[in-house]
Design a protein around this ligand. Structure first.
Ligand code: XMP
Length: 257
């Protein structure tokens, strides 16, 4: 099944649009692995996917510990996303993406700043061949995002002044990306990007909680999936926290239907 439909299926089955960012502070690899597996077993009823970052892949290795985690996530019926922000020349990008796909990841996050030709084209080709996903960064959740994603540029098509992230939103459409990342910390940007994408490319939104983003604002602006890490992974009661977040997302989504 195509990644996008796989996400739809999972969100419906779990009645959840919450994605767990499985991040922990640096720990000894064995502890990281056991904490990850334990947390997944506790919170899986409340999430629709798991996003993994370098927090795990660097200490655990891709085909050792990380692949075990990916296996458990799949056994729990959930898709996995690798937040590797692919950002190099095309040949290297293909190698990066294929390692993650071969380890079982269902999608990778990639950076449109490198462009299409000799940039992300090989990643999209590889994803289509393997029926996996590519999610594009459109506007990141941190303050400095304004310096790159928020800069004013001349639209290459219209020659009018526009914002970099709006051009990236157009690229998410024309490259047929499976998702677009816009930080929950900038709901006004989510709204603008949603106006370009509508329901054609779902918006994935990190930045809730620890980074100050608000679920209600992000969802009413058009975010489809909310990505949450530390608020859950560092919680004393992760399952309860995940359930509360899941319920909040669902309540906010119902309000706008
Ligand atoms: P917290 O703990 O802040 O974790 O809930 C958020 C997770 O998401 C990652 N992150 C991003 N990933 N684009 C991305 O692709 C972004 O704009 C972005 N902002 C945060 C962060 O690294 C962590 O894994």
């Amino acid at each position: 099944m195509l990644f996008r439909f796989e996400m739809d299926r999972s969100a419906k089955e779990k009645s959840s649009n919450l994605i767990l960012a499985l991040d922990f502070p640096p720990l000894e690899p064995r502890q990281l692995l056991s904490r990850s597996l334990k947390l997944l077993k506790e919170v899986h009823p409340y999430i629709c996917a798991v996003k993994i970052n370098h927090h795990l892949v660097l200490p655990l290795g891709l085909f050792n510990g990380t692949q075990r985690i990916v296996g458990l996530v799949h056994d729990l019926g959930l898709p996995t996303i690798m937040d590797c922000k692919v950002n190099d020349i095309g040949d290297t990008n293909r190698v990066i993406a294929e390692f993650y796909y071969n380890a079982g990841f269902d999608a990778v996050i990639a950076n449109p700043f490198v462009g299409w030709d000799e940039g992300l084209q090989p990643v999209f080709e590889s994803a289509r061949r393997k029926r996996r996903g590519v999610i594009l960064l459109v506007y990141m959740s941190h303050k400095g995002a304004s310096e790159g994603y928020g800069q004013q540029i001349t639209d290459p098509k219209t020659r009018k002044l526009t914002s970099q992230y709006l051009v990236f939103a157009e690229k998410a459409l024309s490259w047929n990306a499976d998702g677009a990342v816009v930080g929950a910390t900038f709901p006004e940007k989510i709204e603008e990007v949603y106006a370009v994408l509508k329901e054609r490319v779902p918006i994935y939104s990190p930045g809730v909680g620890a980074q100050g983003g608000n679920i209600s604002a992000a969802v009413s602006a058009g975010a489809r999936y909310l990505i949450v890490g530390r608020t859950i992974t560092l919680s004393e009661e992760p399952a309860n926290t995940a359930k509360l977040l899941r319920d909040t997302v669902e309540r906010c989504a119902k309000k706008i239907v």
